[in-house]
Design a protein around this ligand. Structure first.
Ligand code: ADP
Ligand code: MG
Length: 699
């Protein structure tokens, strides 16, 4: 967009926006006219039918009139207040009551003109609104034909600090007044026409001030053609930025070449401790095909917890190393990096290849040794946290980067990685089974392999939810399992933003169990404040079965693999998110024995928490759980948007608008194939998303 684009004018240009209001708007991310106009109302209200008070009937209605009385009414119940307002128009008067909202005494004053909207009931004192929506208006201007605040369907915007919905409505109306006759439209005409969608200009006007006759229900479902058009525009630009990035990567030849010989196949077979499942075989085939292509691989390997992604990645690594390339395997936590380092080292035993561990907290000697081994070519595989990539001098023949537990590693980070200029093959692995729409969003730039089966002999984890009072039963069961030679996890919630309390809770819980329910068992304690070496010691003791029960905060969440562990007790399960509970539960059920998960919950249980626990006891299928999670919470919260690398959308909603994202994905891939690189939509997409995703650094 050019500097002359009127939509890019600062909001300060609008009448009524001084520095204070401009700052308030900026705090909500609204700086330009376009920012303001590409922000949907929270909802819409039909004020087209303001009824005379005398004609009110029970049901939902809108009235307009003057406040004649406003006061707090005493009630018999202590600490329970009723605020009562009386409004009068030319035909009569009606009351409105609000419960426990004392502050309204500062808001309503006799003499004000107000519009009330809401449900009306009949009382002995006549019509009564209960907690209606209210807005103060200038009714004289209504008579003069004001069509912004009343007498129509009005948009209700989310309040921003001192900026009331009404004030924002005025600003939006003024911004729309300044729209030029023709505005640049990123959506190609054919795309728009095929779907019967309006131009950008019409869409902006109709979204904020819907024409008469528009269904309020459709508006509130955000499904009018105007709204759909704006959502689709945002999605297409986003998908286009991803497709664009992908197109660049897949057309640039990578500097290395990978070939697969019989010799390499034999070598790979030697490290294989078991027969691969059909899903693993298929994924491996896809990966190895990618490796042999002249352009770099960008592939996501999706597979539920325990599906066996690690071995697939290791086999890919062997192919790369056999071609003289270096490989990096990155984990999201040091704990997981250390575990991978152990498994990888033992699997590579008997091959010509060596691996080293490289983490931030390593002592300098160990680190120096590791660096020397990589530099000399003695070690070809580096296992570490993503700090590994910060050292550009490290790798001279980096051919393959494997990123485990992808959900902590977003689009932007991947782009930066490729931006380092070496175009390694990239394999990202995630155990988070995400619904297709989100996959298109978070991983729209990747090709996807999915392992749907589990290694043979796995039995679904039997899961129960129990109230806290039955804690003793849960721990008695842990004792039984330990007596049979099994191991157990006890998971404690992280107490948000309070590491200290968290550690204290973990420590005292561990003490309570040691002296009480689990007396006599060998207990290990793992929490976020332990030093890396201490964590490793505890973890190794658990792996070696020198510890029966591992009491832990969620640091064990990702990837930990101890097949002999058969029980997990989750304390305060109601505080965990669904994706997290599923991840946690994946720590058990990794061996042949029947495994169990007991979710202890504390009351009161919110509706959402109840649904989460129910989802957990209903199914162990990660894909089903992901769909439920999306339904319960919406995508914004799903994995923590930032972690998932999900975009911050302005108007689109990944849960509500799933169908549109799928459509946008197709449109974008088509455009990238059909229109030249400098065509308008592609330029706009880059401009729109470059800043937000660092996509510009790529290519
Ligand atoms: P994830 O996909 O969650 O990373 P892992 O790679 O850690 O799963 O594998 C889980 C467990 O299953 C490991 O103990 C691994 O050795 C084992 N495993 C993986 N594939 C197979 C297979 N085909 N047959 C038997 N066991 C397997
Ligand atoms: Mg794993």
């Amino acid at each position: 967009m050019t500097a002359a684009d009127p939509l890019q004018a600062p909001l300060g240009d609008l009448t009524g926006v001084g520095p204070t209001r401009a700052a308030a708007l900026a705090s909500a991310g609204l700086r330009t006219l376009e920012d303001l106009l590409l922000r949907f109302p929270l909802r819409y209200e039909d004020r087209g039918h303001i009824v005379a008070i005398a004609t009110l009937r029970p049901g939902t209605a809108t009235i307009a009139g003057e406040v004649v009385d406003a006061q707090i009414k005493p009630t018999r119940r202590p600490r329970f207040t009723v605020f009562e307002v009386t409004v009068r128009d030319a035909t009569g008067s009606a009351r409105a009551v609000f419960f426990n909202q004392r502050f309204l005494a500062q808001v309503f004053r006799p003499g004000q003109q107000v519009v009330l909207h809401g449900k009306v009931e009949w009382t002995s004192l006549g019509p009564q609104f209960q907690s209606p929506q209210y807005e103060f208006v200038d009714l004289t201007s209504v008579d003069e034909g004001d069509s912004v605040h009343t007498g129509r369907i009005v948009p209700i915007y989310e309040r921003i600090g001192p900026l009331t919905p009404k004030l924002q409505r005025d600003l939006v109306a003024r911004a729309l007044d300044r729209l030029p006759e023709v505005i640049t439209d990123p959506l190609p005409i054919e795309v728009r026409r095929a779907r019967g969608l309006p131009t950008r200009r019409e869409a902006l006007l109709d979204t904020h001030f819907p024409p008469e006759g528009t269904s309020v229900d459709t508006l509130n479902a955000f499904r009018t053609p105007a709204q759909v058009r704006l959502i689709l525009e945002e999605f297409v630009l986003f998908q286009l930025a991803l497709a664009d990035q992908r197109a660049r990567v897949v057309t640039t030849a990578k500097p290395h070449r990978v070939l697969v010989s019989d010799e390499i196949r034999t070598l790979a077979r030697r490290v294989l401790p078991f027969v691969l499942t059909p899903g693993q075989k298929q994924a491996l085939r896809e990966i190895v095909e990618d490796l042999q292509r002249p352009t770099a691989m960008n592939r996501l390997l999706q597979g539920d917890v325990g599906a066996g992604k690690t071995i697939v990645a290791l086999l890919a690594a062997i192919v790369a190393m056999a071609n003289g390339l270096q490989v990096v395997l990155m984990a999201p936590t040091e704990l997981l990096a250390e575990q991978h380092a152990r498994t990888v080292a033992s699997r590579l035993d008997g091959t010509p290849f060596r691996s080293v561990l490289l983490t931030g907290s390593q002592r300098s000697v160990a680190r120096r040794d590791a660096l020397a081994a990589i530099a000399s070519g003695q070690a070809q595989l580096v296992v570490g946290t993503h700090a590994v990539l910060e050292d550009p001098a490290l790798f001279n023949r980096l051919g393959l980067v494997i990123i485990d537990e992808q959900h902590r590693f977003g689009v932007g980070q991947r782009a930066r990685l490729r931006g380092k200029g070496r175009l390694p093959d990239v394999l990202v692995m995630t155990a988070t089974p995400i619904p297709r729409t989100l996959a298109l969003t978070a991983y729209g730039d990747l090709d996807v392999s999915v392992i749907r089966d589990l290694p043979p002999g796995r039995q679904p984890v039997r899961t129960t939810a129990r109230p806290e009072e039955r804690r003793n039963e849960a721990y008695a069961f842990v004792r039984e399992q330990v007596a049979e030679g099994r191991q157990a996890y006890v998971v404690l919630p992280i107490i948000e933003d309070s590491d200290k309390i968290d550690v204290r809770a973990a420590v005292s819980m561990e003490e309570a169990l040691r002296d009480g329910a689990l007396a006599g068992l060998r207990i290990g304690l793992l929490h976020g404040k332990l030093k890396a070496a201490e964590k490793q010691t505890v973890m190794q003791a658990f792996v070696a079965h020198d510890v029966d029960v591992l009491v832990s905060t969620t640091v064990i969440e990702v990837g930990v693999d101890v097949p002999n562990a058969s029980v997990m007790v989750v304390e305060h399960a109601e505080r965990f998110g669904l994706a997290q509970l599923h991840q946690l539960r994946g720590r058990v059920g990794r061996g042949a024995a029947q495994s169990y998960c007991v979710l202890l919950f504390d009351r009161p249980l919110s509706e959402e928490a109840r649904e989460r626990l129910k989802a957990m006891t209903d199914t162990t299928d990660g894909f089903v759980i992901a769909e439920r999670d999306l339904a319960i919470r919406g995508p914004g919260d799903m994995f923590g948007t930032r972690q998932a690398g999900l975009p911050t959308l302005r108007i689109g909603d990944l849960a509500r608008d799933q169908d549109l994202m799928a459509d946008a994905h197709e449109i974008a891939r088509g455009l990238v194939a059909e229109v030249p690189d400098d065509a308008l939509p592609r330029r706009l997409a880059r401009a729109a998303w470059a800043g937000r995703f660092n996509l510009a650094q790529v290519g």
